[in-house]
Design a protein around this ligand. Structure first.
Ligand code: UDX
Ligand code: UDX
Length: 441
């Protein structure tokens, strides 16, 4: 099948590469000329494990192409995916400008019947709007179906998820369009769930909102555990053994970040509000997440008092491990807060430093060496649970003025930290006061 994918971001590029891998001829289109030129030379602009090999393989097999030209890319496409960004507006609603622009462009260039697939996360009812935009701007009277096919890819495992996801959701009004999309995706070997368009759009938001709810729930449980002296890690295991609850997304920490949960939870609150429904539970989820992201700063102030002139190591900058994505990363809020309190901050991350520099406008130093990050530091805050941090040589904490670790992702067992004499505070668990410390007076 000849497919064009518009948007070469975390979603669009992964979708393009994986569709070409199962045999389709795919053109990936983007307005960003630099990005497209780099990809033509085999450079992958995002950090996504496994993506580069697959991209190079399919470029070599002449199944994967890159372009900035809508006209050329739309003319021969039987199917056009829209995978451009849908960032958050100031009021929390989804910004659909890019989606609408692409719809107009499709309408002006297509010359054969085409199925338009909306891959981007869009509010319920957007497909209808896109269909109207296309009908109103059609240059050539051809048949156009608009289908919803939301993505459930996790950054850092997007290639894996493309081939091992739990379901592919297709929302369509026309059965033949739905069947065509099912045919396109058949080789992924993933169960296909067909429904109407609005339900498909809602499945995406409801799924992300539910996962975010699970995270905020276990984070509130962790805050109560801390006050009661229980251990949230054990509580999560005990809860997760109940198949109705499940162990996934019960990891207590400093909250969720990324380009999806933060924007999709707020967008769903807006979507409900637009039909006069007050989504109280989801508002609580967002509120809890905001409070959770500030937790490490609160803990380090409780322990050290004034942070003026203190050196604080922030270990992990990306919003989660195995990605370079800094969108809504907890490290941004934490580092800005620490700087405001007069601390000298050095951030460590194995891959996200370039994006961190852009996100933090030079307010902190950065290093790819844990040793440099910890050297002579007053406190180490763990923000992202990178394997490099979880498997750190524990003796590196000796480089600090005092081995004081405040862990936002519960990377270590309490016994392990106790045995190494590290003062260790984490989320939802008792503190470990490993060695003689000057109790702050
Ligand atoms: C985004 C959202 O994060 C995700 O929730 C949604 O499902 C899809 O859109 P992502 O791939 O992360 O996914 O977006 P982003 O990384 O911002 O990439 C969007 C790409 O579209 C950029 O490369 C941008 O240059 C391109 N774009 C944007 C166009 O090609 N044309 C436009 O008009 C606007
Ligand atoms: C998410 C959804 O998982 C995916 O299905 C959807 O398509 C896009 O949004 P992503 O945002 O890439 O994927 O990462 P995910 O692994 O879901 O983590 C999101 C955030 O939640 C991260 O900040 C992570 O640190 C946090 N998280 C995740 C927790 O705090 N606890 C958990 O148990 C799981």
């Amino acid at each position: 099948m000849k497919i064009t994918v518009v948007g070469a971001g975390y979603v669009g590029l992964t979708t393009s590469v994986c569709l070409s891998e199962i045999g389709h001829e795919v053109t990936c289109v983007d307005v960003d000329q630099i990005k497209i030129d780099k990809m033509k030379q085999g450079y992958v602009p995002i950090y996504e494990p496994g993506l580069k090999d697959l991209m190079l393989k399919n470029i070599r097999k002449n199944r994967l192409f890159f372009s900035t030209e809508h006209k050329k890319s739309f003319l021969y496409a039987e199917v056009i995916y829209i995978a451009v960004g849908t960032p958050e507006n100031a009021d929390g609603s989804a910004n659909l400008k890019a989606v609408e622009q692409v719809a107009k462009s499709i309408a002006s260039y297509i010359q054969q019947s085409t199925v338009v697939v909306i891959k981007s996360t869009v509010p319920v009812g957007t497909n209808e709007k896109v269909k109207q935009i296309i009908q109103q701007n059609l240059e050539n009277q051809v048949k156009v179906d608009v289908v919803s096919n939301p993505e459930f890819l996790r950054e850092g495992s997007a290639v894996y998820d493309s081939f091992n996801g739990d379901r592919i959701v297709i929302g369509a009004e026309q059965k033949e369009a739905a069947d065509l999309l099912a045919e396109i995706n058949r080789s992924f070997g993933i169960p296909i769930y067909q429904t109407d368009v609005k339900s498909a759009e809602m499945i995406k938001y409801a799924s992300n909102a539910f996962l975010a709810t699970k995270i905020s729930f276990i984070n509130e449980i962790s805050n109560v555990c801390e006050l009661l002296g229980a251990d949230v890690e054990d509580v999560a295991v005990g809860m997760g053994l109940d198949k109705r609850i499940g162990i996934d997304f019960l990891k207590a920490g400093i909250g969720y970040g990324g380009s999806c949960f933060p924007k999709d939870t707020k967008a769903l609150i807006q979507i409900a509000g637009n039909v006069n429904y007050d989504f109280k539970l989801l508002k609580g989820v967002v509120e809890v997440n905001k409070q959770q992201q500030g937790l490490l700063v609160k803990k380090v102030i409780e322990r050290l008092g004034s942070l003026g002139g203190k050196k604080i190591s922030v270990l992990g900058l990306s919003f989660k491990p195995n990605t370079d994505d800094m969108r809504e990363a907890a490290s941004i809020l934490i580092i800005n807060e620490l700087i405001k309190l007069g601390a000298e901050v050095i951030g460590y991350d194995p891959v996200a430093i370039d994006n961190a520099r852009l996100a933090l406008e030079g307010s902190a130093q950065f290093t790819e060496s844990l040793e440099v990050a910890l050297e002579n530091s007053d406190a180490a805050l763990i923000v992202t649970e990178w394997p490099e941090i979880k498997n750190i040589d524990i003796n590196l904490f000796e480089k600090m003025k005092n081995p004081l670790v405040i862990d936002g992702r519960n990377c270590f067992s309490l016994d392990f930290m106790k045995s190494y004499g590290v003062e260790y505070h984490s989320i939802g668990r008792p503190s470990v006061i490993g060695r003689k410390i000057d109790i702050f007076v």
